[in-house]
Design a protein around this ligand. Structure first.
Ligand SMILES: CC/C=C\C/C=C\C/C=C\C/C=C\C/C=C\C/C=C\CCC(=O)SCCNC(=O)CCNC(=O)[C@H](O)C(C)(C)COP(=O)(O)OP(=O)(O)OC[C@H]1O[C@@H](n2cnc3c(N)ncnc32)[C@H](O)[C@@H]1OP(=O)(O)O
Ligand SMILES: Cc1cc2nc3c(=O)[nH]c(=O)nc-3n(C[C@H](O)[C@H](O)[C@H](O)COP(=O)(O)OP(=O)(O)OC[C@H]3O[C@@H](n4cnc5c(N)ncnc54)[C@H](O)[C@@H]3O)c2cc1C
Length: 618
């Protein structure tokens, strides 16, 4: 392809087979980036050309039957043998078998494996190892390895998610993935020598980045153990845009279809209106359209933040790692929750035809919804964000200045909303900041009261985790609203576009308040009158957006071949497309289906059915 940008390459492949989830998806999305970000320069030199030219096809094998979320609880072991300078990979229990990794069952011949590192009798936590699992000659499974597919799933039918286990498999010491990355002052070419000045092991054996195991088995601690989680942060930062894409495509399909579909007389004897003229259809679809735009902007922001922070990490500055983790974890969860729920609403808004594969919507849904689970189960990710917010809250209470986007935390909560009939964007942002600040404080207060009441830290955490989840969700929602408003106010858009997009942005903010009213009204921040302003504004915005609704989805510019939808076709020829789709169904290639003779005929015309059939009937 010649496309070097990984996200661009991902979306280019998506154009070829949208939401088909390529059997090489993990090779591109996690295997290559893990080598890129976690291998030493020597290891990259050895593996990248092979992997980039499909001489190594791999996946990211971390999750096990018994553990997915709790990485530190993974049971696969990698024990260093100084005599042979090898790691012994083992799956000691049933629950330690790797389970779920994409492209693992039948496609990959290598994988990067997350295993608990043991050396000199001590455990050093999860580390990545390059493991060949199939022969490069005939693709047969190598000795000491069991691998296969996990069977049918909710979706992802084109991906051979698999299981994998090791029976004391030996791999060379050089296969532990450890690129050196955080030494800021020492130039990269010297990095390799950072620890070797201690042990003088040859450069090509340096296992760098955060940690290494020297030939005698000495383990050198990393600067930050969470750097081993880097590939997950990369994908989480990418998933936000992917979720936005899924929601946007569903909006294109359902809004175009709603402009074509006419149903029910608007008044006795009158013509059937476009269903997009029903206010309830607008109430369900237009906020999703606004959300798709908001998540696209959020996806751009978080991926650019990932690139900036990762650049700093590669230079040894880990300062922004916690903020990136909190942002990527929270937005990954927020975006996949919003997109999954939204795609389902789009499907339902298309009536019966929405339930047909011809609509393209089921395929989008089953491709996006696992994003609520993979790359970090959403609730767990939200709680990771909440963990960061609690730290920010205590720093704010100590009078410390907070970084960038969390400066709202710890603000004075005694103020009231400035909301007027006009529903200014600034008042919307203030409302979301107030709600998030209040929920962060409420969660912190809950934790404090439980601890003061004698609960241990982990008991107080669990006893506050619902409120912590609410706080993290409000934080992410604020981010999306503020990021959208900032984009509108950046004046980078033409005046006509600003007018239209301002309405879309306003709708995103107003609808979010009305759908979470309790959290905005609990402390009296909004008066009943101000809620009335918001309700009237929302209905007015529907009317305002209606004339531009189809143009707003056309603007996403997804070609018909990517949408794969009879309902969302650009030319609007829905019914002909549905009929052609039905006619082309494999079962329609014969007038009488073969099963008639075996199953129906004996019921309908038993007298003419053969004796064997009669016998079968007994
Ligand atoms: C450019 C990309 C190329 C192509 C792709 C382009 C576009 C793709 C677009 C979309 C993607 C489309 C499809 C998706 C593609 C692939 C996805 C398919 C399959 C999915 C693959 C997987 O699912 S891989 C397995 C994923 N598994 C997980 O995510 C496990 C989740 N669990 C965890 O992350 C951890 O266990 C934990 C964070 C929950 C807890 O970790 P741990 O127990 O070690 O931490 P502690 O609780 O002890 O301490 C927490 C402290 O550590 C900090 N921390 C935690 N994690 C990080 C991190 N990642 N970075 C920085 N800091 C971290 C945390 O902040 C705490 O710090 P304190 O200061 O509070 O102590
Ligand atoms: C389509 C798909 C593709 C995948 N591809 C890969 C892959 O390529 N490579 C790979 O390694 N893995 C892959 N996975 C696995 C995926 O990463 C895990 O399923 C995911 O990390 C969730 O872990 P789990 O399954 O253990 O869920 P669990 O953690 O068991 O979650 C079950 C429930 O427990 C709750 N829970 C768990 N821990 C906590 C906590 N601390 N606090 C509060 N609640 C908690 C969760 O919120 C959830 O509701 C894939 C999964 C899917 C569905």
């Amino acid at each position: 392809m010649g496309i070097t940008d990984m996200q661009e390459a991902f979306y280019y492949r998506e154009c070829a087979a949208a939401h088909e989830n390529s059997p090489l998806g993990l090779h591109y999305a996690m295997f290559l980036p893990t080598i890129n970000k976690q291998a030493t320069p020597e290891q990259k030199k050895k593996w990248l050309p092979l992997a980039e030219n499909y001489k190594m096809i791999g996946t990211y094998a971390q999750t096990e039957l018994g553990h997915g979320t709790f990485i530190r609880g993974l049971e696969t072991t990698a024990t260093y043998d100084p005599k042979t300078k090898e790691f012994i990979l083992d799956s000691p229990t049933l629950t330690s078998k790797k389970y779920w990794p994409g492209c693992l069952g039948k496609t990959s011949n290598h994988c990067v494996v997350m295993a608990q590192l043991y050396t000199q009798g001590k455990s050093h936590g999860p580390h990545m190892f390059m493991v060949q699992i199939r022969s490069m000659e005939d693709h047969s499974v190598l000795p000491g390895i069991e691998v296969g597919v996990i069977g049918n799933k909710f979706g992802y039918g084109t991906n051979d998610n698999g299981f994998l286990s090791f029976d004391k498999l030996r791999i060379p010491r050089e296969n532990m993935l450890m690129r050196y990355s955080q030494v800021g002052r020492i130039p990269r070419e010297n990095m390799l020598m950072r620890y070797s000045q201690v042990s003088r092991i040859p450069r090509e054996n340096m296992l760098m980045r955060y940690s290494q195991v020297h030939e005698d088995g000495t383990y050198v601690k990393p600067q930050n153990a969470k750097l081993a989680y880097g590939s997950m942060v990369l994908i989480r930062s990418s998933i936000v845009s992917d979720a936005a894409r899924g929601l946007a495509q569903a909006c294109v399909i359902s809004i175009r279809y709603s402009a074509v579909r006419r149903q029910t007389e608007a008044y006795p004897g009158g013509e059937e209106p476009q269903i997009l003229d029903y206010q309830t259809q607008q109430y369900r679809l237009f906020p999703l359209l606004a959300s798709a735009y908001s998540l696209q902007l959020a996806g751009k922001y978080v991926f650019n933040t990932y690139l900036e922070v990762n650049d700093q990490i590669e230079k040894g500055n880990l300062e922004s790692m916690p903020e990136l983790h909190a942002l990527s974890a929270g937005l990954k969860a927020f975006s996949t929750y919003e997109a999954s729920a939204g795609i389902e609403v789009c499907r339902i808004c298309c009536g019966g035809h929405g339930y047909s594969q011809a609509s393209g919507l089921p395929k989008i849904y089953v491709d996006v919804v696992p994003g609520c689970t993979y790359e970090g189960e959403n609730t767990v990710m939200m709680l990771q964000t909440a963990r960061y917010l609690m730290k920010c809250y205590s720093r704010a209470k100590q009078g410390q200045k907070l970084p960038g986007f969390v400066q709202y935390i710890g603000q004075n909560l005694n103020k009231k909303s400035c909301m007027s009939e006009e529903v200014a964007l600034g008042c919307l942002v203030m409302a979301y900041e107030h709600r998030a600040a209040r929920l962060v404080e409420a969660a912190a207060m809950r934790m404090q009261s439980l601890i003061q009441g004698g609960k241990k830290q982990h008991e107080a955490w669990n006893g506050s985790s619902v409120q912590l989840f609410w706080a993290a969700k409000a934080h992410c929602h604020l981010f999306c609203v503020k990021n959208f408003v900032d984009a509108i106010q950046a004046k980078s858009l033409s005046s006509k576009t600003v007018t239209v997009m301002k309405s879309v942005c306003q709708l995103y903010g107003v609808h979010g308040i009305l759908e979470n009213l309790g959290e905005f009204m609990q402390d009296g921040f909004f008066s009943g009158e101000q809620v009335g302003y918001l309700q009237r504004k929302m209905l007015a915005l529907f009317e305002n957006i209606r004339p531009n609704a189809v143009a707003l989805v056309d603007a996403f510019d997804y070609p018909d071949m990517v949408l794969g939808s009879c309902l969302g076709r650009y030319d609007g020829q829905v019914y002909q497309a549905l009929y052609d789709y039905a006619k082309s169904a494999p079962m329609n290639q014969t007038e009488i289906h073969s099963t008639y003779y075996k199953h129906l005929k004996p019921l309908i015309n038993p007298e003419t059915t053969s004796d064997a059939m009669q016998f079968a009937k007994l």
